[in-house]
Design a protein around this ligand. Structure first.
Ligand code: ZN
Length: 220
């Protein structure tokens, strides 16, 4: 009972004690009590903690954090815009600029020979976005015989293939360069860079390719 009264009295004095504005006797009394009473000690601890946390500091600290976070948020959103741009331009390139060779089985191709021995390739298929890659006649050893071979393939982008998939087919002519000299035309995908670097040869391209036209020789 006595202790209880004391606790309430002590807690009334505690703010003054914490500010160190009590007389020596009171100070001693409070100190004695705090040594024995856990409850008042906890009260005193929480008070001193509250007092010693400078309000201004915590405010500016918070402001600093906010600033940092805002900066971080800005960087994050800039990065996501940049990332989205990279992804979209990559997607655009992949869909509309990068072209993939069309398989010979997917294509309707006719090589026609004209009076001056010139060859014209007629592609029947989707849209003008399809591009044609063709070589001039190259001397290639095919099955032990040296022949003047033209390589040709058509390519299209995936995006346009999808967009134009219901489009009416049309027939596009393409005149083959120096084709009066050609003995044969092969449909085959080739990469000039790989051939000039030695990774691939025209002989290999001919083996992979499909013979789509051959000149009838006079001997027959
Ligand atoms: Zn107490």
């Amino acid at each position: 009972m006595k202790d209880n009264i004391k606790c309430t009295i002590i807690q009334d004095i505690l703010p003054l004690y914490a500010d160190d504005v009590v007389s020596g006797d009171t100070k001693e009394l409070v100190q004695q009590h705090l040594k024995q009473c856990e409850k008042c000690r906890a009260e005193f601890d929480s008070m001193t903690k509250a007092i010693y946390l400078p309000k201004e500091t915590s405010k500016t600290m918070f402001k600093g954090l906010q600033k940092k976070w805002r900066k971080k948020k800005l960087i994050i959103s800039l990065l996501s815009i940049f990332g989205a741009f990279i992804i979209l331009s990559g997607l655009f390139y992949g869909l509309f600029i990068h072209q993939i060779a069309i398989e010979v089985t997917e294509i309707s191709l006719e090589i026609e020979e004209y009076d001056n021995n010139q060859l014209v390739s007629f592609y029947t298929g989707r849209d003008a976005v399809v591009s044609v890659k063709a070589t001039h006649p190259l001397e290639v050893n095919v099955n032990g015989v040296n022949e003047q071979v033209i390589f040709i393939y058509y390519a299209e982008s995936l995006g346009y293939k999808y967009i134009n998939r219901n489009q009416q087919l049309y027939k596009a002519p393409f005149q083959l360069t120096e084709s009066e000299k050609a003995d044969a035309v092969y449909y085959a995908e080739f990469d000039i860079n790989q051939i000039s670097s030695g990774e691939d040869t025209w002989e290999e391209v001919a083996k992979r390719g499909k013979l789509i036209w051959e000149r009838r020789h006079e001997k027959e």
